[in-house]
Ligand binder design. Sequence first.
Ligand code: AMP
Length: 464
Amino acid sequence: MTTFAELGLAPDILRALDEMGYATPTPIQAQVIPLALHGGDILGAAQTGTGKTAAFALPLIQRLLPFANTSTSPAKHPIRALILTPTRELAIQVEESIQAYTRHVPLRSLVVYGGVNINTQIPILKTGVEILVATPGRLLDHVQNKTLLLNQVNTLVLDEADRMLDMGFMPDLKRIVALLPAQRVNMMFSATFPEEIRKLADSILNSPTFIEVARNETAVTVTQVVHPVQQERKRQLLAHLIRSRDLNQVLVFTGTKLGCNRLSNELNKAGIHADAIHGDKTQQERIKALDAFKAGSIRVLVATDVAARGIDIEALPFVVNYDLPHNAEDYVHRIGRTGRAGASGEAISLVSEMETRYLKDIEKLIGRSIDVVIVPGFEPGAADVPAYESHPPRQRERNGRAERPARGPAGARPATPRDALFDAPYEPRDSARLDSTPAPAHPLPRKKQVAALFRSPVKSDTPG
Ligand code: AMP
């Protein structure tokens, strides 16, 4: 097995890696580092969790070693490497890694991102930094304010390029690239490669080497499961899974900010400590929630895709897709949060009838089918939903379209206070016993289309 030393890294960098407990390079590191040390452009297909940050950061740092100095003159510390990320969270994490990797070399780094007062970033920029990690919008703010110069940048890294595209950063990226010296090394990483990403790569990279880490390299340790369930019973099912399986450190994805807040509030009301992160939360709120989640003082973090992007939590055990993403590639990103660095993880998707079409796209993209497990008492085709389990159809947040009413009895449905949905006594149907043991797993034959489960009352065939 290759070692970091064999990849050609300098002693001061090796010492930092050793102190951080990095014993051997990950596959993407083993492939990218030797090439990038020689200054070749790289197009990397890798998602978070593969070790891609060190893959681009270590060679970048080593190539800057000749410029490392302890001078106090700002002029001696121009920006030489620029790393762009789609979100502040990822920017912060990347810069934290760089700080750690450069702990034994006099290279300076800084992270700049939007959502915080720009004036606090200016004094540090003025002292000079060799490595700048930035989100595109805030970087351009600084360019416009003339608080930084990019004319000595010799290395450009675009991290999670597909997400930058999704977030509408393409025009910003083009403006930034136009400000850089033509002579430079470029590295671009993306988990997915839609047409526009390939075009971007063509326009920025110079005869790049394409390095691919198998899409499911990290996912092999991730168990994926689909629980078909009626939309209006998802909250109850989630609370049930968390309680009955005693799940902790659960990252839950919702499709909208509103849904994210609502779910977090309702979990709290049900006595399950949760917090929400999404684009409308301030940076401070997001950091606070993330820290509390990492420290284990909150059990569930409910997040939107954008806010969760780049979150790196060591060995996150559970990811729940409360709403299935409409974009199959988001699914890959989401489940990339779990099963890190060889640790096992579980990706649980709660799938309503109207979401089954997204499931098909996801399975096509990941190239395999996901086990479908009906949780007893939450059968998708349940015809005799007890009154307390239903509530009147509410307006869907997305697209302002009305949510389709629940299937089931057309009879009277007394409006139930929301938290009662959690607290209602729970009577499993079909005499299936549900106690503190996990819901029995009984994957259905794949021939049975998930959508069909919603149309016929399917009984959960509890094994034994
Ligand atoms: P990344 O994909 O860059 O977000 O890295 C995922 C996680 O793996 C981070 O917590 C890194 O600190 C960690 N990591 C990266 N490379 C290694 C390595 N070679 N050995 C052990 N941990 C690593």
